[in-house]
Write a protein that binds this ligand. Sequence first.
Ligand code: PLP
Length: 361
Amino acid sequence: MLYKNLEITLHKASPEQKKEKPDQDKLGFGVHFSDHMFTARWNREKGWHDAEIKPYRDFELDPAAMVFHYGQAIFEGLKAYRGKDGQVLLFRPKDNLERLNRSALRMCMPRIPTERFLQALKALVYLDREWIPEAEGATLYIRPTMIATEPALGLRPSDEYLFFIINSPVGAYYSEGFNPVKIYVEDSYVRAVPGGVGEAKTAGNYAASVKALTEAQKKGYTQVLWLDAIERRYIEEVGTSNIFFVLGDELVTPPIRGTILPGITRDSVLQLARDWGLKVAERPVTIDEVIEAAENGTLKEAFGTGTAAVISPVGEFCYKDRNIVINDGRTGKLSQRFFDELQALQRGFRDDVHNWVVRVG
Ligand SMILES: *Cc1c(COP(=O)(O)O)cnc(C)c1O
């Protein structure tokens, strides 16, 4: 195992360094950060080194650090859940770290030692466990990240990297029940192209998407539905979530073929659907097929999947000035069932037959 013996030093925050906890009713998403963070450095000579858990604080970086100029930056997003009897649980964390390594490969960044960094992640979450909110549906969002830190302006892979993990207490996504979203089908901007980096969780993908998002929001929509870059027909993703449709009696999602982020929630939904004996297909879906299905009544539900919201029902979408309402703008039965099941699994209230849940501490 790579770097099995990499030493992780621990510097606990002193009582004065500990921050005041935010108001539990106004957590929002990703605006408050816990007391500690994990950092590790990589260079060509030493590989991973200087691994430490320490009080949360600012970085000092050279203005020439390559991440600022050429964007070698990758990240992950997962959550710690408060389970029954106060247990602290993670959901498929190894899948996140393995996906980070796939992103790293695409971006010419070093592999992380997944086992060792998972130990660090668990130790960090355990140390910050008081930051996991108590409220129903609230969680601690965990953000592992890697950036290129070598000060150099010539274009090539950096020879130095910083890996870090920070934690943010986040409120329940649906504190007042499900709220199906209105989405805008984007037919001019694109998110990813074949041969590009759409499959990697790399910062530039998100920088490239905010223009379409702000324009959609100005028109009154919450998210963008992305179409493929070549024909602008095939459905890819919704915002930063994967997308599912219930077409007739079949659950359909676009296949992972290089331009779509392979979501862990997507994979979990597919697995649950198969467990339940539902008809499932990973196949290309065109926007025309979805519109036709809406018109002839076979489009039953649509929902996004991702760590932040788990399941995000789509109530309406707009394509070329046409508005199409799904399931009267209400949450569909299957959307609700996946949401309830995943939440129960993540909090340890179900038999964990797939070994998805990891206990911390
Ligand atoms: C992170 C992400 C997802 C969802 O992945 P999960 O592992 O389910 O959280 C989907 N699409 C994009 C573009 C993403 O960045």
